[in-house]
Each structure stands twice: as structure tokens, then as C-alpha cells.
Design a protein. Structure first.
Length: 202
């Protein structure tokens, strides 16, 4: 039977230094507290579907409720509305007679059937000549336009001349010569023609 002797101080110091660097081969067992089952905990199953997160409750929504009290559309004004909203530059009494078809145009030009490239110089020459002759009221016939097959991504306007002529009449070189533009009365062509009231030459 081996006899155990007490370590000397220098041997005790060496032993403590070695013990501090040693690691246990087995992890110490966890102490089971009273009331705990003596069974290891079950690891969660990664393949078990999780409970879906509860979604916040949204208030009920009705289609179109954000547009209540607002106009259903925001379309550009028609040519008739634009011309009617323009300020009256000519004599008010003469303007009333003109819009009612009571004034007879002193000259007319028919652009119906022309392309935009053909009609523009014709209109310029007609207006400048009419003013140089001292005429005041002339009639410009554009036609109402015909509905054509439209296969492009951008919708085409019906009646290109009818839309373009009022723009031309406001621009140089004929803009300074024009005092008033109005849609013609039915007896003179209605929406397919325009009254153009010219300024006097000074």
C-alpha cells in the first residue's frame, strides 16, 4: 500500500500551476431541482410549421371612397368651351350678333380635306390678305373631322384641322391681326367652321 506524503511548498506550487491549466474530460451534471422531471428537454422540431403571425386588423375599404365629393374625371375643355371662356375683345353688340349668325362673313376659306402642312400657309395668306383689304369678319371652314382606324399607342384626335386652326390664329404672323375667334353658327357650318374677326389696319 502506497504511502502518501505531504507535498513540499515548492512541489505544491508546481501542482497548483499544472491544475489551473487542466480541463475536465466530462461536463459536470446539472443538478435537478425538486419538481423538475428527470428527463432531458426536447429540442424543437425545425420541420414543424410555425404559427402564423397575427396580422393587424385594417378598417374596411370600399372601392372609390377616396374620390367621394371629387369630379369623376379631369378632361381638357372642348374647343367650344375654350373659345367661349375667352374675353370679348370686339364690340359686345357685334359679338352677340356674330355668335347668333346675324353677321354675314365678308370672305371665306375652305381648308376641309387639306393636310396640316397644306392648310397652314393657306390660312396665313388668307388672313393677311383679308386684313389688307379692310375686311373685318371672315369664315374659316375646317370640317368636323372623320373617325379613322387608330392602331397606335397614342389616341389620335378627331378633326386635326378643327383643333389646330384656333392655335394658328393666335400665333404670329396672323395672331396680331386677329381680334376674336368664335365657333360659327349652324347656318355657317357650326362646329366645323370658325368666325374670325379681324383688327382694323392702322
Amino acid at each position: 500500500m502506497a504511502r502518501h506524503r505531504k507535498l513540499r511548498p515548492e512541489e505544491e506550487e508546481i501542482w497548483q500551476a499544472v491544475a489551473r491549466t487542466a480541463r475536465p474530460m466530462h461536463a459536470p451534471e446539472r443538478m435537478i431541482l425538486p419538481g423538475e422531471a428527470d428527463t432531458p428537454p426536447v429540442a424543437p422540431n425545425p420541420f414543424h410549421p410555425k404559427e402564423p403571425a397575427q396580422r393587424p386588423v385594417l378598417p374596411p375599404f370600399r372601392l372609390g371612397e377616396k374620390t367621394r365629393g371629387k369630379p369623376a374625371h379631369d378632361l381638357a375643355p372642348t374647343i367650344r368651351q375654350t373659345l367661349a371662356a375667352a374675353p370679348v375683345q370686339m364690340d359686345a353688340k357685334a359679338y352677340g350678333k356674330m355668335t347668333r349668325g346675324k353677321l354675314v362673313p365678308e370672305a371665306r376659306i375652305d381648308l376641309h380635306g387639306m393636310t396640316l402642312a397644306e392648310a397652314h400657309p393657306e390660312l396665313i395668306g388668307f388672313i393677311l390678305n383679308a386684313q389688307s383689304m379692310g375686311l373685318r369678319l371672315v369664315l374659316v371652314i375646317t370640317g368636323k373631322g372623320k373617325l379613322k382606324a387608330d392602331h397606335g399607342p397614342i389616341p389620335q384626335r378627331v378633326g386635326a384641322l378643327r383643333h389646330q386652326v384656333p392655335q394658328w390664329l393666335r400665333l404670329p404672323p396672323v395672331g396680331p391681326s386677329v381680334l376674336q375667334i368664335s365657333e360659327a353658327h349652324l347656318k355657317h357650318g357650326g362646329s366645323g367652321a370658325y368666325y374670325v374677326y379681324l383688327r382694323k389696319l392702322r
